[in-house]
Design a protein around this ligand. Structure first.
Ligand SMILES: Nc1ncnc2c1ncn2[C@@H]1O[C@H](COP(=O)(O)OP(=O)(O)O)[C@@H](O)[C@H]1O
Ligand SMILES: Cc1ncc(COP(=O)(O)OP(=O)(O)O)c(N)n1
Length: 275
């Protein structure tokens, strides 16, 4: 049998409540009709109230996961999520350089949107100097873009400038996600800067909801899934934006505080798109 079904890899942490991390990535790969695999690098004990503990996996075990996947599968695109510290980043960078896992989407996970730190500050240098230069696409959120560039993003001009700074680190294509935190906000504006200098804004309504865990994972995982199917980068980003906002717009009643987004609603979007 030809090993040609679209295969996509997440290199990420597990979030026990299933709302974010590699669980959200695998939900996303599934609804985008791709076969998802995962290199588990860390795990958090999380529920809808927050993250209560975190552990990393032994580096040799992480290396082994890469090796056995490379031995067997034809991975056409990959993405990173939570990477915890500089040793983990170095291990992932070495493996990515050694094996062929297709274009890389880097979601530079630093803190959760509820304030839990998932990447040590001592690892920012490795993120900027080792991992981001490998990225076909990087997807920083508003806070990560500020930390990576040292800018205060208080205007759309600053959002654009931050994207240019991040591209200058060696990233080919960047989406700097917009601010979304105010009850009186009408719109969220994500800014996209492509490798050839093409730029565009993706604007959508602001949703007042407590169910927004896993949004960044879903966006970056969709981009990786679409690339694995051969989509161009701009189309992959536009589909990812539509999938993520559709999943945010349709709450599901899971958990008592901050819940997951609704991947099933986004799967319906896929069916409409394909008809
Ligand atoms: N409450 C919200 N209303 C509208 N869009 C949102 C909301 N929360 C997140 N998004 C969108 O979800 C996508 C992921 O962004 P974000 O949540 O900032 O990422 P991260 O999970 O990395 O913090 C972006 O397109 C962003 O605009
Ligand atoms: C294991 C793990 N990875 C990433 C996250 C981030 O969660 P969240 O703050 O909801 O951010 P996005 O997933 O939306 O980027 C996590 N909680 N656990």
């Amino acid at each position: 049998m030809i090993n040609d079904f679209p295969q996509v890899l997440t290199i990420a942490g597990s979030d026990s409540d299933g709302s974010a991390g590699l669980q959200a990535d695998l939900h996303t790969f599934f609804i985008r009709n791709t076969y998802g695999m995962s290199v588990l690098v860390a795990a958090v004990a999380g529920n809808s109230y927050g993250i209560h503990a975190a552990e990393t996996l032994p580096l040799e075990f992480i290396e082994k996961q890469f090796e056995v996947l490379a031995d067997d599968f034809h991975i056409r695109a990959s993405k990173t999520g939570m990477l915890s510290d500089d040793k983990l980043i170095e291990t992932v960078v070495k493996a990515y350089q050694k094996y062929n896992f297709g274009p890389l989407v880097v979601d530079p996970v630093i803190t959760t949107k509820h304030g839990a730190q998932l990447l040590k500050e001592s690892a920012f240098k490795a993120l900027k100097e080792q991992l981001l230069p490998l990225a076909t696409v990087a997807t920083p959120n508003f806070f990560e873009a500020q930390l990576l560039t040292g800018r205060v993003i208080d205007s759309e001009q600053q959002q654009v400038a931050a994207a240019k700074d991040i591209q200058a680190l060696g990233v080919q294509n960047v989406i700097v996600k917009g601010w979304h935190n105010q009850e009186n906000q009408n719109e969220v504006a994500d800014y996209v800067l492509l490798a050839d200098g093409t730029e565009f804004w993706l604007r959508h309504p602001y949703f007042i909801t407590t169910h927004i865990n896993g949004t960044g994972d879903t966006l970056s995982a969709t981009i990786a899934a679409e690339i694995s199917k051969g989509q161009d980068i701009a189309t992959a980003i536009r589909i990812a934006h539509d999938i993520t906002t559709t999943a945010i717009a349709h709450e599901i009643a899971v958990g008592h505080k901050f819940g997951p987004i609704n991947h099933w609603a986004a799967q319906t979007y896929k069916q409409k798109e394909d008809n």
